[in-house]
Design a protein around this ligand. Structure first.
Ligand code: HPA
Length: 280
């Protein structure tokens, strides 16, 4: 299924009827990371269920509302929770909110997610800035830009070698350094989920050069870049991916949400620092 400009405009008009703010930066807050949106000043809150066409997350840890307000002097539109491919949404549905944020005036987007650490140096509670990705979901025929190209957003064929904005990454590294927060840079691999990886898959992903694994973000990144938006994305490492069979541990959603509590203040420090020194 593909959306028409009427679909995007209906969502934009509804949001504009509920806020006077004119956001220039989008924020997508992943599993267990949504509480940052509660700290926006002068905020307007719109439940996703009020916005026509907006996909709703069914997952615990995703609250499902759009929060528009001020953070460190910037007007931002924040998604407190997102919809995922594994919930049964198409890649086009998952990325509908990105195009709506673009049409609202956002020309940059900062995405966050919970991810499993593949790189042996990564510990629970660390942050990883994405500097590249491997899109298994896209490679298996589920790329949100498939289907008729909407030329009003961007080109049919999109180069992917300048995806994660270099200046924003440099700025993030400076900010994290100043705040004493561990911020790695690495490659995120996107799988569909909802199952976590088998140990054999973990070892394979490592061999392929991935540093962290998750079930989101990349679809949104593609659609944002298609529209020419500046993109920064950051994973919170919520668990270390298990690479051996027959251990007593197994990955689970509770540990993902628990780690979110440690990660939120670290992520908040980095995001606030970036917004404070933001140059559009
Ligand atoms: N694998 C995939 N997605 C995830 C993980 C993981 O280990 N942790 C959080 N999201």
């Amino acid at each position: 299924m593909s959306y028409s400009s009427d679909d995007y405009n209906a969502a934009v008009e509804m949001i504009r009827s509920r806020t006077k703010a004119q956001p220039t930066i989008g924020l997508v807050l992943g599993s267990g990371l949504g509480t940052l949106a509660d700290t926006l000043e002068a905020r307007d809150v719109i439940p996703y269920s009020d916005i026509p066409g907006w996909p709703r997350s069914t997952v615990h840890g995703h609250s499902g509302q759009l929060v528009i307000g001020e953070l460190e002097g910037q007007t931002v539109v924040a998604q407190q929770g997102r919809a995922h491919f594994y919930e049964g949404y198409t890649p086009q549905q998952v990325t509908f909110p990105i195009r709506v944020m673009y049409k609202l005036g956002a020309r940059s987007v900062i995405l966050t997610n919970a991810a499993g650490g593949l790189n042996p140096a990564y510990k629970v509670g660390d942050l990883m800035l994405l500097n590249d990705h491997i899109n298994f979901v896209g490679m298996s025929g589920n790329n949100p830009l498939m289907g008729p190209n909407d030329d009003s957003f961007g080109p049919r064929f999109l180069g992917m070698s300048q995806t994660y904005d270099r200046e924003l990454r440099q700025q993030a590294l400076h900010v994290a350094d100043d705040a004493g927060v561990t911020l790695h840079e690495g490659v995120y691999v996107c799988l569909s989920g909802p199952t976590f990886e088998t140990p054999a898959e973990v070892r394979m992903l490592r061999t392929l050069g991935a540093d962290a694994v998750g079930m989101s973000t990349v679809h949104e990144v593609l659609v944002a870049r298609h529209a020419g938006m500046r993109v920064m994305a950051c994973s919170g490492i919520t668990n270390v991916a298990i690479d051996q069979i027959d251990t007593t541990q197994d990955a689970n959603h509770e540990e993902v949400l628990d780690a979110g509590k440690v990660l939120v203040p670290r992520l908040t420090a980095v995001l606030r620092g970036i917004l404070r020194s933001w140059q559009a």
